[in-house]
Ligand binder design. Structure first.
Ligand SMILES: [Fe+2]
Ligand SMILES: [Fe+2]
Length: 356
């Protein structure tokens, strides 16, 4: 809908800061990088490694260049964020592999990842947009761990947490699902419904994660407890200990909201990703039941404006752009289509099925 043109260029001419105008496919037809990915040193090296000759990039000359508004170099900031994300993802994959064979968290290696998140998230505008640009369809557990760390630090900063607590949030977010390395891969990757035994085993991951973290010298006890409690719920409906509000740590409550949002908006082996509006709506519905209302509302207050301006597809096949959000009902915004305005609040039979 933006009308931004694309130009085809040879990969050796590609520069960091350019944005892909179309998906990049392998010879076998697999999507390697998706449209709108911001190209960085890292992704350009990947293109070379995959022996891609040409890519379509968005033509920066064709529109007002947001990269240098107000004297700030947004393209450079975008690239720094994307680099942090790609490198962190690589490290997390290696460290999770290491934890699979050991009983401890390689704490020294996790610290720089947590610091990288703090550097790129605090006091920086547009983190949600950037995260949306760089989110990959890679191995769910790794990207999910990183995304939860980023969302948790954002929420903590909105709740005025101090530096030490934010560092703890970053680390707890990165490690919240670390216990999954101790659950058999066949269960983690199972696409179909789980048996009762398999379900029980997967519900042990907070315990396994707690053991890993608690077993690591120098790791604050709070991080181990946040990992243990991230599936506990305010109303006692969570697991593994069925704790309720007063006994759940604040950082575990923050991780819970970050976890729900990222899980709903990511592709998982048993469920396709759903639009952020749906995730926002779920958090809204749960915010006085299973999720902490202060944490959930603080997250929604910041996330809802970000959902503005999204191009979406409806279940009747029409595409359009969200032009006004209904704060009480984020999944029912006012949408402009080529045929006119549609107020989803008045049209219960219509719903948003994708962000395009
Ligand atoms: Fe989990
Ligand atoms: Fe999770």
């Amino acid at each position: 809908m933006t009308g931004r043109k694309t130009i085809r260029i040879r990969v050796p001419q590609v520069e960091p800061g350019m944005v892909l105008g179309n998906d990049v496919f392998s010879g076998a037809g697999t999507v390697l990088l998706t449209k709108a990915t911001l190209l960085t040193d890292y992704t350009i090296a990947q293109l070379r490694a995959w022996q891609i000759e040409y890519v379509d990039v968005k033509d920066a000359k064709n529109e007002k260049n947001p990269a240098r508004e107000g004297g700030r170099n947004y393209a450079r900031e975008d690239a720094a964020f994307a680099n942090m994300y790609a490198h962190s993802l690589d490290s997390i994959a290696e460290l999770f592999e290491e934890m699979h064979h050991s009983d401890k968290v390689p704490v020294q290696e996790f610290l720089p990842i947590a610091e990288g998140i703090l550097d790129q998230v605090l006091g920086v505008q547009g983190v949600l947009r950037r995260l949306h640009q760089v989110k990959t369809g890679d191995e769910y557990t790794f990207s999910h761990s990183l995304n939860v760390g980023i969302y948790a630090v954002l929420i903590g900063s909105w709740l005025n947490y101090g530096a030490e607590d934010l560092r703890m949030l970053a680390t707890a977010g990165l490690l919240h699902d670390a216990g999954k390395v101790k659950v058999p891969a066949a269960i983690i990757k199972k696409a179909g419904p789980l048996s009762a035994d398999e379900y029980q085993e997967i519900q042990r991951h907070p315990f396994y994660g707690y053991q890993l973290v608690a077993n690591t010298p120098g790791m604050p006890k709070k991080i181990a407890l946040a990992v243990l409690q991230h599936h506990e719920r305010e109303d006692g409906t969570g697991y593994p200990l069925k704790l309720s509000s007063p006994t759940i740590l604040s950082i575990a409550k923050i991780i819970a909201v970050a976890d729900v949002f990222d899980a709903v908006t990511s592709n998982r082996c048993y469920q396709a990703r759903r639009p952020p509006h749906v995730a926002a709506s779920i958090i809204m519905e749960e915010s006085f039941k299973s999720l902490d209302p202060v944490v959930a509302q603080s997250f929604l207050a910041r996330i809802v404006p970000y959902l503005f301006n999204d191009d979406i597809r409806l279940n009747n096949g029409m595409t359009g752009r969200i032009i006004q959000l209904n704060r009480l009902s984020p999944t029912r915004p006012l949408v402009q289509t080529e045929q006119g305005f549609i107020d989803l609040n008045q049209m219960p039979e219509l719903k948003i099925v994708d962000v395009v």
